[in-house]
Design a protein around this ligand. Structure first.
Ligand code: 5GP
Length: 175
């Protein structure tokens, strides 16, 4: 599949993604049974994952989307931005952040710090994909879908310069 100037090939099939999302949701259903968590997906990348995940949740929960971004093109710019769009009160809430992918984990660590400073009861993360740098740095991600190498991926919400989010499967660079 071509997206702008780059060629991508299938990496994780639609079926594998679906199965993984169900398995992650099952863990969340068990762990948060009596906790009525606030699910906090990070836009834009996690919108498809979050949508599929919450459809599998059978527990009472709220969902509120927030935004933060540190990426430009295929490489991290190293710039950090803060959380925007927080409308719910987080005080005394169990927060479950939904991330598409954790790469360096810089974004996530900063967000978790921010949220823990707001009187939350707990702050955990469910990420569909986790790259090597996050594993090496022991970034605190409680629920991980797929551990992958340090490579650029696309699809199922993840973009390349804004394009390529609209697929059911996940792609990687073809060369
Ligand atoms: P981190 O702060 O962990 O380095 O970056 C996290 C964010 O960078 C993710 O939420 C995602 O938006 C973006 N990102 C990291 N790796 C990739 C990748 O391989 N593909 C795409 N499309 N985005 C990525």
């Amino acid at each position: 599949m071509k997206v702008k100037d780059l060629e991508f090939r299938e990496f994780i099939s639609t079926q594998s993604v679906e199965e993984k999302v169900k398995a992650l949701a099952a863990q969340v259903n068990t762990d948060y049974e009596d906790k009525a968590p606030l699910i906090l997906p990070i836009l834009n990348g996690s919108f498809i994952f979050a949508s599929d995940l919450v459809k599998e949740l059978t527990i009472p929960c709220k969902v509120s989307f927030v935004k933060v971004s540190s990426y430009n093109g295929v490489q991290s710019t190293g710039q950090l931005k803060t959380l925007i769009g927080l409308e719910e009160s987080l005080f005394n809430q169990h927060i479950l952040i939904v991330e598409d992918i954790v790469d360096t984990g810089l974004t996530l660590q900063k967000i978790m710090e921010e949220l823990r400073g707001l009187g939350t009861k707990s702050v955990e993360v469910v990420a569909l994909l986790r790259k090597k740098p996050a594993r090496e740095k022991n970034v605190d991600v409680k629920y991980v879908g797929f551990d992958i190498d340090d490579e650029f991926v696309l699809g199922y919400g993840l973009d390349y310069d804004g394009f390529g989010r609209n697929t059911k499967q996940i792609y990687q660079l073809a060369n």
